[in-house]
Design a protein. Structure first.
Lengths: 119, 1031
């Protein structure tokens, strides 16, 4: 149940993000929309590994290897998400850096000012 | 040592170097640079050593991380393909590192990370790890793109960011969905369990993954962001994206292809669309780097197309290696080299590249890199395309062959149009000439191309020394290019003689005879090049390559060797024609028609269903049921190259606008190459059931060519254009003679080949002499030269008589024999056309002699002297040949007959009569008398028409006869052919111009394309079918 909610929320976040990327004209808003897409993806991944009512995947006396398969949360998606968050952070930072440089160069943050090359 | 050179060392060097560069920077800039270069060199060495070991048969190296076996831990693999990609990428990165070595340390760090990340993408066997490496590469690319100087570069980078972030998001979602469906991340495990991925979640994961990888390769139409980046990024960064980053993404896709088994056709179709579209859109480009971007995208699409289809067909590993490896290396080295060259060009337009001209050889490098991309030999792309087309044909994928060849043609069109445009335009003003070593990296790419081309040649199975001899001779001559012209002439001449003699000395049969005839022509006519003593940069190497290739062609024993030598002739003659500024348009036309002709040959050869390894040309004779199609394709190709009517539009310009000595060689010798092809092809056609029908069609084409050529020649005022059309007309006779497929026809054909070679040699050299001495080339401005240039006059007169077929000279025999043979076959239509063409021929030949050498015209001044000995000597050698052939015909005819006999063993019309009997029994007088009578009647009719004031009233009487005649003939030759080809070219340009509108430059439009592309891949990959079957 909880994982379903997380999954659906993640999906909705992704869609909102895509909608934001396609409709907003301000570059900063677009960067935020990209962050939303990233966050939504991360939520989806976490939800994939979640086991309702499960416990932390630490195999010790109270959690045998066989029991871990059914009762423990899958640790791999969490590990992936940690990596993905770091990457997402870097990408957002790069986007923001470019937003600053674009503003310096054009004195505007409008996405419409980016059409020098075409054809 | 093994430990240090373990492939894991690549990551040690990459990451360790990355950490050390900032530290070393504290010590000083050069220390950081040292660490940077050292790390790159270490990666190169490690991958190189791994490659060597694997080539010697070592097992692929598995790298396990974290001390556990997969799937618990991530594993990487260094097999042969991985090592090949990694080493070539490292090599390019190391050579290009010089461009970054003086940058801020952050730039060096990003560069190092990028190169390492690409190798991670190549080596990793874990899907999520692939994502991480992809992101490392992407982020490093984003950083390096910031080196672009202007605002447009910033905009382009932001678009690039938006598109690739979307793509990698889909990659991540796809990975997560696959994990959800299977619990697996290891690629090998996923491939093993691919059957379990057919559920909706697994399928969606697969499609997202596929779409993401395709998007990273910049597919049409979702690739505007990539083009913008190529256009505006700093050239060395663009080179990195085009060669190195694409290599990583492509390899990742290759690795995952087994997962997409049921989508292989989809991937191939999408790649085919991208390949065609990017080359079509390239046509209308005026900005150089954007054009390179289009070409890059096209090449990567071709690579993907080839990889998918070969996987699907299930070819042998060696073929896969040759095609994928060849196309990849070709693209990598050539495109990176071109982007690096663009650093020396200040402007962004195509014509700004004229800055490359100059003594440093930039233009030669440019030509080499362009030639490689266009798929010319000896570069790897040529061998790869050859094998690709053969493999596609073996699986009956004819449509794909069409796409590959049309796309390649478009690419050749815009690349060589560009080359022609810059080669003669002056270097831009206030352009600083590049320093002495500035071309070194691009030169290294050219050398790598040549080396990998040799490697590919041996993989493709061509190791004949004969085939490579012409190129070797050219290479020997090239370093002498700065020396004295006389010295170069002598060396080139000696090399041509020695090489030619070596090429023909052990040949027998019809090939040997043909080669000997061509060699004689080459040896005589190349003397004429000595009449110019000015510096002609690059002329003698190219000339030697062309001449020796011509002599080598008839000796080719395999299809591949024939095609290879054929393309050498095409390329070298193109560069020779292009040497005059006026030849820019004609040279391009020549090249494009030649390329089309070559592609028809390629397709025809590919259709020959030969057993693997049985590449010999003789297999054509015993080919399977498809030989009718083979024969038709070959015939079309050869007729295009011969300049048959309708496709002759390339011919007059190429012959007329090239250097005067080159014109002579083109018309006399080069034009005979397709005739040899026709001889071989006709033999094939005879063996197939469409033999005679096709022979009749070819005969008609030949006769119409003769007629059209004669009519057009009669209208020309330019002396070289007249000779050019006359050449077309005479070639028509040869085509018709070959199409008779009889012993008699073939003897006639070879006889006419020799005759035309000598005659046109004399006439074009006479034209060269006249132009040299008078500075004029219009018939209307010439006249009265018989006195000033008596020797030239005498030679020309002999040649004209020999060409017209009047007794007692050599054309006598040939032409009447042909007419007779046609009448015997009952081909009356062609015979009537021949009669008419003979008459028209008489008029223009008479005009040639009359207007140039007689009459009082203003062209003779006191200073007009006889032609130089360098022009007279070859003319008189030809004249001697003509006389020899005329009075001792047996000298040539007997060997011809002997050579032909085995070809016509028993099945053909030849009844076994010996030649003496034929000539003894056959009396040319009636046929000749008939055509003279016809000519007289036609002349009378012409005279009557003029008297009657038709078509323009009595006023016509006041214009000179020849002008009136050419006006009359021009009504008979409406310019349909040039109108048609002009319309075709215009339509392609218009289409290209219109289609470019999809690249609006708007970032959100581009990201919308990306999203739609993902949906399209999902739907076409099987999602639509699933949806429908649910409903």
């Amino acid at each position: 149940m909880i994982s379903d909610i997380a999954l659906v929320t993640g999906l909705i976040l992704i869609l909102i993000g895509i909608w934001g990327v396609q409709t907003h004209r301000n570059i900063l808003r677009i960067v935020i929309a990209f962050s939303l897409i990233g966050t939504g993806t991360h939520m989806m991944i976490v939800a994939i590994g979640y086991v309702a009512g499960g416990t932390a995947p630490i195999i010790d006396r109270s959690l045998s290897k066989t029991a871990a398969l059914s009762r423990a949360v899958d640790p791999i998606p969490s590990a992936l998400v940690v990596t993905a968050i770091v990457i997402g952070l870097a990408v957002t930072a790069v986007m923001l850096a470019y937003a600053i440089r674009l503003h310096d160069a054009k004195r505007t943050l409008s996405i419409d000012a980016l059409t020098e090359s075409k054809g | 040592v093994t430990g240090v050179l373990h492939p894991l060392g690549i990551f040690v060097a990459g990451l360790g170097g990355g950490f050390l560069i900032p530290l070393a920077y504290r010590l000083g800039r050069s220390a950081a640079t040292g660490v940077f270069l050292l790390a790159l060199a270490a990666m190169t060495v490690i991958s190189g050593v791994a490659l060597c070991r694997l080539l010697m048969g070592a097992a692929p190296i598995e790298i396990l991380t974290g001390g556990a076996a997969p799937p618990i831990a991530i594993n990487l693999r260094m097999g042969l393909p991985e090592a090949g990609f990694a080493f070539s990428v490292n090599l390019v990165a190391l050579i290009g590192a010089g461009y970054f070595a003086r940058e801020k340390y952050g730039v060096m760090l990003l560069y190092l990370l990028l190169v390492m990340g690409v190798q991670g993408m190549v080596m990793t066997r874990d899907l999520f790890n692939l994502f991480v490496f992809l992101e490392i590469v992407s982020i490093a690319t984003y950083g390096l793109l910031s080196l672009g100087e202007n605002a447009a570069a910033l905009s382009a980078t932001f678009k690039y960011l938006m598109a690739t972030i979307l793509a990698s998001t889909f990659f991540l979602i796809g990975t997560a969905l696959l994990y959800a469906a299977s619990g697996l991340l290891n690629i090998d495990d996923l491939i093993a369990a691919r059957a379990s991925l057919s559920g909706p979640i697994g399928f969606a994961g697969l499609m997202f993954l596929l779409a993401a990888l395709l998007l990273e390769l910049k597919p049409f139409p979702a690739n505007g962001w990539g083009l913008d980046a190529y256009e505006t990024a700093r050239p060395d960064v663009a080179a990195l994206i085009s060669g190195v980053v694409s290599a990583g993404v492509f390899f990742a896709l290759m690795k995952l292809l087994p997962l997409f088994e049921s989508q292989l056709d989809l991937i191939a179709s999408l790649s085919a669309i991208t390949f065609l579209a990017s080359n079509l859109l390239g046509l209308a480009q005026t900005k150089a780097r954007r054009l390179l971007g289009y070409s890059s995208i096209g090449q990567m699409a071709l690579l993907t197309l080839a990889a998918c289809l070969l996987q699907k067909i299930g070819v042998e590993t060696s073929t896969l290696r040759l095609v994928v490896g060849g196309l990849f290396l070709n693209h990598l080295f050539a495109k990176v080299g071109l982007f690096w060259l663009s650093r020396h060009v200040s402007g962004e337009r195509l014509e700004d590249w004229s800055a490359l001209a100059g003594p440093r050889g930039g233009i030669v490098l440019f030509a080499i890199l362009l030639g490689a991309i266009a798929g010319f030999p000896p570069f790897p792309g040529f061998w790869a395309k050859w094998r690709l087309v053969l493999s596609l044909a073996s699986d009956q994928r004819y449509l794909v062959i069409g796409v590959v060849l049309i796309g390649s043609l478009l690419e050749a069109a815009y690349l060589f149009r560009w080359f022609g445009q810059i080669v003669h335009s002056p270097a831009p003003e206030n352009h600083a000439p590049p320093g002495p070593s500035s071309f070194a990296p691009a030169l290294a790419m050219a050398l790598l191309l040549a080396a990998s081309g040799c490697l590919a040649a041996s993989l493709a199975g061509l190791s004949s020394v004969r085939a490579f001899a012409p190129l070797a001779a050219g290479l020997v001559l090239y370093p002498l290019d700065r020396l004295d012209a006389r010295f170069q002439q002598w060396t080139a001449f000696a090399l041509t003689l020695a090489g030619g003699f070596w090429l023909i000395h052990d040949l027998t049969g019809i090939g040997g005879l043909y080669a000997a005839v061509l060699f004689a022509g080459v040896a005589i006519l190349s003397i004429a090049c000595a009449y110019r003593t000015d510096r002609r940069p690059g002329f003698y190497p190219l000339l030697t390559v062309m001449l020796l290739s011509l002599v080598a062609l008839p000796g080719a024993s395999t299809r591949l060797e024939f095609f290879f030598v054929w393309e050498l002739i095409t390329l070298s003659s193109y560069f020779l024609i292009l040497r005059r500024g006026a030849a820019q348009g004609p040279a391009l036309r020549y090249l494009l028609f030649s390329v089309v002709a070559a592609y028809f040959l390629l397709a025809g050869f590919a259709l020959v269903d030969a057993a693997p390894g049985a590449d010999a040309l003789v297999t054509l004779h015993s080919a399977g049921p498809e030989r009718a199609a083979v024969a038709v394709l070959l015939a079309i190709g050869l007729l295009i190259k011969a300049g048959a009517v309708g496709v002759h539009v390339w011919l007059p310009g190429a012959y007329a606008e090239s250097d005067d000595d080159i014109s002579a060689l083109l018309s006399a010798v080069v034009s005979k190459a397709p005739m040899f092809g026709l001889l071989i092809m006709t033999y094939l056609a005879v063996r197939s059931n469409i033999g005679l029908d096709m022979a009749n069609v070819v005969c008609w084409i030949g006769m119409l060519t003769t007629l059209a050529g004669a009519l057009l020649a009669a209208q020309q005022d330019d002396i070289k254009r007249m000779l050019a059309y006359s050449s077309m007309s005479q070639i028509g006779y040869i085509i018709a003679a070959i199409s008779l497929v009889s012993h008699l026809g073939w003897v006639t054909a070879l006889y006419l080949v020799a005759n035309h070679m000598l005659v046109k040699g004399v006439l074009f050299l006479a034209a060269a002499a006249i132009i040299l001495r008078t500075g004029r080339r219009r018939l209307s401005e010439l006249g009265g030269l018989a006195r000033a240039m008596p020797f030239t006059f005498a030679a020309a007169a002999v040649a004209i008589i020999a060409m017209s077929g009047l007794p007692p000279l050599a054309g006598f025999g040939g032409k009447w024999l042909l007419l007779n043979a046609m009448l015997e076959r009952g081909w009356y239509g062609s015979a009537i056309a021949t009669l008419f063409a003979t008459f028209v021929g008489f008029t223009y030949m008479a005009r040639f002699i009359q207007t140039i050498f007689f009459g009082l015209r203003p062209s003779v001044s006191e200073r007009t002297r006889e032609a130089p000995i360098a022009l007279l000597a070859p003319q008189y050698l030809c004249v001697a040949g003509i006389l020899l052939m005329s009075f001792l015909p047996k000298l040539l005819i007997e060997p011809i007959s002997r050579a032909i006999n085995p070809q016509f063993a028993s099945t053909l019309v030849w009844q076994g009569m010996s030649l003496e009997t034929i000539y003894g029994y056959w009396n040319p007088t009636p046929v000749m008398a008939l055509s003279l009578v016809v000519a007289a009647i036609l002349f009378a009719a012409l005279w009557l028409l003029r008297r009657l004031g038709w078509p323009e009233g009595k006023a016509a009487l006041r214009v000179p006869f020849y002008e009136w005649e050419s006006a009359l003939f021009s009504r008979l030759t409406p310019p349909w052919a040039s109108a048609f080809w002009g319309w075709t070219a215009g339509a392609a340009m218009t289409l290209s111009e219109r289609a470019r509108a999809i690249y609006s430059g708007d970032p959100q439009t581009y990201s919308l394309y990306v999203l739609c592309y993902v949906l399209a891949v999902y739907a076409l990959g099987g999602g639509l079918g699933r949806f429908l079957s649910l409903g």
